[in-house]
Design a protein around this ligand. Structure first.
Ligand code: ASP
Length: 323
């Protein structure tokens, strides 16, 4: 982790700008190539260089990691959570901005929200095109992220991309190529960024399920093992049976099952999951379509706050970490 500082005229406090890598920091061999590039190449302070929206602001840059977010591991997440926590505790810092890859940004955003529940804004941003693209989207997204960070009503962890502000709880990447690849489902976006101005649409995030687990998360050498299975046509018991048959040191403590439709599971898979539960494995479900289940009396297993699979898997792991 390295730090750089660009001091300028203060505008409501300092902003900490943390770099994690991703496509926003990606470089391609050919300028016209939007898909054949290497993520995590350009330093975070270089991404910000020359952007008019950042001129005159007091920015503290920190390169926390420099990776493709598909390869995110626990140590990088721990490092980010610790650094965001430290900046939030600094009275001189009014907001934290994080540049991050799009592939797992929804997991990182949710973790930061559930663990830290920040009253200050923590604004994650990204890009779908590398920094070397003919028309990169990163500079606009970073400029918009700064506008959100400076917005008086902003709080909690959000993802800013393509002029839209998504909440950490709802945001999901739903497209592999569009420069606006995120969706917030029925909840919709929290705000829009239009020409540097933020237009509020609904309340900012306050969710705080795991704030009592921060120390345990930061100290963990590994998270409790939670497998992510899915129900589907022709699903059966074999995956659950192999998990239960694993040697003790590799046994799972939890299973997150992505259900079809509204919390529905293939009968053969459901029967196997009940056996897993009887063997001491905690089973939780989420809808494979990402929408919160509509509760019904015979729902086979509980969901966690209606979370989509990627976030429910982390929620279960954090629940187990404190168990
Ligand atoms: N694979 C890249 C990443 O998540 C994708 C991106 O940033 O758009 O780091």
């Amino acid at each position: 982790m390295e730090k750089a500082q660009v001091a300028g005229e203060l505008s409501g406090g300092r902003f900490a700008v943390l770099g994690m890598g991703g496509t926003i920091a990606g470089r391609a061999e050919r300028a016209g190539d939007n898909v054949g590039y290497t993520a995590g190449q350009v330093r975070v302070e270089d991404l910000a260089a020359g952007l008019p929206a950042l001129a005159g602001l007091a920015l503290d840059f920190e390169q926390v990691a420099q990776i493709n977010s598909k390869d995110m591991r626990l140590p990088e997440l721990q490092c980010l959570v610790a650094r965001v926590q430290a900046h939030l505790a600094d009275d001189a810092v009014s907001a934290v901005i994080v540049t991050h890859g799009t592939d797992t940004i929804e997991e990182t955003a949710w973790l930061l929200q559930t663990l830290l529940a920040p009253a200050k804004p923590v604004v994650l941003t990204c890009a779908m095109r590398p920094a070397t693209a003919v028309s990169p989207d990163g500079p606009q997204n970073l400029s918009d992220a700064i506008a959100v960070a400076a917005h008086p009503g902003a709080r909690g962890v959000v993802v800013v991309c393509a002029g839209r502000v998504h909440g950490a709880v709802e945001v999901a990447k739903v497209h592999p190529y569009r420069t606006d690849p995120f969706d917030s489902g029925d909840a919709g976006v929290i705000a829009l960024v239009e020409e540097g101005r933020v237009r509020d649409l609904r309340p900012w995030p306050t969710q705080a399920r795991h704030t009592d687990r921060v120390s345990a998360f930061l100290a963990a050498s590994a998270m409790p093992r939670v497998a992510w299975l899915s129900s589907h046509a022709d699903a059966g018991a074999w995956e659950v049976e192999s998990l239960l048959g694993a040697p003790a040191a590799r046994r799972v403590q939890g299973i997150l099952v992505a259900a079809t439709g509204n919390a529905s599971l293939h009968a053969d898979l459901e029967a196997a999951l009940h056996k897993a539960e009887a063997a001491g494995v905690r089973v939780v479900l989420a809808n494979r379509n990402g929408a919160p289940p509509v509760p019904y009396p015979a729902q086979p297993f509980a969901d966690i706050d209606g979370l989509a699979p990627a976030k429910a898997r982390w929620a279960l792991a954090l629940d187990l970490l404190g168990a």
